[in-house]
Design a protein. Structure first.
Length: 96
């Protein structure tokens, strides 16, 4: 789980729920780590992940003074504003 708080500026966030991310976004964790091999900007040319073009993101803008909760296993893409942006992220691994 992650809590993203924007102090100054803004961030555009695209969120993909776990059902979509598990099927179309991730490749090998050993090869890509916590990232996705899919080119989100040009999904139609991603031959290895042809179903990504059908994934429906939830898009939002988080502005200064706002926070966004990012649930565990939700793939997210962040685009930072075109001026200074300051944000804080708190990660929580949950109870073990």
């Amino acid at each position: 789980d992650n809590l993203l708080h924007v102090v100054d500026g803004w961030k555009d966030i695209s969120l993909y729920d776990p059902f979509q991310s598990a099927a179309v976004l991730y490749g090998s964790n050993s090869e890509y780590g916590n990232a996705s091999p899919v080119n989100v900007d040009d999904p139609n040319t991603t031959a290895d992940y042809p179903f990504f073009k059908y994934a429906l993101p939830r898009n939002c803008r988080v502005s200064a003074g706002e926070a966004l909760y990012l649930p565990l296993f939700w793939f997210h893409r962040v685009v930072t504003g075109n001026r200074r942006t300051l944000s804080l992220a708190h990660f929580h691994k949950g109870d073990r």
